[in-house]
Write a protein that binds this ligand. Structure first.
Ligand code: ZN
Length: 485
């Protein structure tokens, strides 16, 4: 019984071993079937592709390649295989080369090929040279070439083949190598660009004749936008009190080329209203050569009687200058006589006359806040002291008229600057003169004490005899003398 049992046990252990063996056999067979069906093989990956072009002269570096196993069913395996390369690329010689990559897997050797073209694909290099300290500008007469070099890895020195084209704001340097690779280099020329000269204000100006002309100016900028206005020269002059057309030419030059713009300034004569003769009996008391030591007394007196008069002023007594302002504020008329009252100086030329005249205008302006348009010639328009300069009075009358000034002579002379030296004499001369006419322009001098003292009696006489005392204005009669020069 026990023996039987033992045999049975032996039998069972053997069948287990066979079963296991069969089992492993089946796994091996199915593995082999699977691998066969999967078609497992080696695949190459070439970075950059199967055909590449590399630059001449640069050592060849393979862009990269790898070999891995892949299968139809199981996909890419993680097995990365070592790759061997055969073949050689000589980048010093242009041409086409072939590289072969190989990898072994199981019992096979797999290969892949890459075609490598060595070509000149690098353009030449242009180097622009710069001379230390050289600062080109429009004023240096433009740009002077500082030099350049062109080098190509394949063709060598190409400097002689560079084509230079000078454009408005730059220079273009252009060169191609034998393979047709082109390089363009640029040099900026803004610094040598033509400057910009621009007028402020209008290029045509029409102004009334006056004391001064103010040029509205200009702006000037170089090619880099920097202010170069101090380099601009202005030619021409405007005489602001002489009617006519003037040209001002603003220029910049570099010695070769001149850049200029022109402004036309037309000075127009100022119109004077026609003198109107009033119907009433009028006395225009006019006082020359002041203000002076007796002017205050005169103004006080005129204020008491409410009489308005006219003062043709000078700068001979500057300490009384403020009385010009007072007289103006009290309703009297201020006119220019002369600054210096120096006949030989003022009648030497029109320029000399106007210079003296305007100096007085400025004093009047500073005292009254206004310029006047009335004046009396020193010595009157009929003076003969100016005959050392023939025709000067005729020219000055035309000139001052163009400027809008009206001159006033007189038709009653108190003779206080002549032989009459007393108040009584002045009163007699003035009242006799006024009695003869409807409108009297009376010449007196507030620099004479006896004249100032005569004024009260003249006013009383005038008021008793139906005269009105008035200050001159541009519409008043001006009583012009016959010109003697
Ligand atoms: Zn005078």
């Amino acid at each position: 019984m026990a023996r039987k049992k033992k045999e049975k046990k032996k039998k069972t252990g053997r069948s287990w071993k066979i079963t296991l063996l069969l089992f492993f056999l089946m796994i091996l067979i199915s593995g082999a079937i699977l691998l066969t069906l999967d078609g497992r093989h080696v695949q190459f990956r070439l970075v950059g592709g199967q055909e590449i072009t590399v630059p001449f002269g640069v050592d060849y570096v393979d862009p990269g390649r790898s070999a891995v196993t892949v299968g139809r069913i199981l996909g890419p395996g993680s097995l990365v295989l070592p790759v061997e390369t055969s073949g050689y690329v000589n980048t010093r010689v242009k041409g086409t080369y072939e590289l072969e990559y190989s990898a072994r897997f199981l019992f096979d050797t797999y290969t892949a090929k890459r075609i490598v073209h060595v070509e000149d694909i690098t353009p030449p290099v242009i180097t622009l040279q710069h001379q230390e300290g050289y600062e080109p500008s429009w004023f240096t007469g433009g740009y002077q070439e500082e030099g350049y070099l062109a080098w190509d890895d394949c063709d060598g020195n190409l400097t002689d083949y560079v084509q230079v084209e000078v454009l408005e704001d730059r220079i273009e340097y252009r060169v191609s190598d034998s393979a047709g690779n082109e390089t363009v280099a640029e040099r900026e020329l803004t610094a040598v660009k033509q400057p910009e000269l621009t007028l402020l204000g209008d290029t045509y100006m029409s102004v009334d004749a006056s004391l001064t002309f103010e040029d509205p100016g200009f702006t000037a900028r170089d090619g880099k936008g920097r202010d170069i206005s101090p380099l601009v020269t202005v030619e021409g002059e405007v005489i602001p009190y002489r009617p006519g057309a003037y040209e001002l030419v603003y220029s910049l030059t570099n010695g070769i080329e001149t850049l200029s713009v022109t402004r036309t300034v037309e000075v127009k004569a100022v119109e004077i209203p026609d003198a109107v003769l009033p119907g009433e009996k009028t006395i225009y008391l006019t006082f020359d050569d002041g203000p002076g030591p007796y002017t205050k007394q005169l103004l006080d007196l005129l204020a008491i009687y409410g009489v308005k008069a006219t003062f043709f002023v000078t700068a001979e007594h500057p300490e009384y200058e403020d009385l010009i302002g007072r007289a103006y504020r009290e309703g009297h008329t201020i006119g220019v006589h002369t600054t210096s009252h120096d006949f030989y100086k003022i009648y030497a030329s029109e320029e000399a006359y106007m210079e003296d005249f305007y100096a007085m205008e400025e004093i009047i302006h500073s005292q009254t806040g206004e310029y006047t348009r009335l004046f009396r010639f020193a010595g009157g328009s009929s003076n003969t002291v100016s005959q050392f300069n023939p025709g000067i009075m005729t020219r000055l009358i035309a000139l001052t008229g163009d400027l809008g000034y009206q001159y006033y002579d007189w038709n009653v002379d108190s003779d206080d600057a002549g032989g009459t030296k007393t108040s009584t004499g002045v009163v007699t001369n003035v009242t006799a003169g006024c009695a003869e006419r409807h409108v009297s322009l009376v010449l007196m001098h507030d620099t004479k004490d006896y004249s100032v003292q005569a004024v009260e009696q003249i006013i009383i006489w005038g008021q008793q005899n139906g005269y009105t005392f008035r200050a001159l204005n541009l519409s008043s009669p001006s009583s012009h003398h016959v010109i003697k020069n």
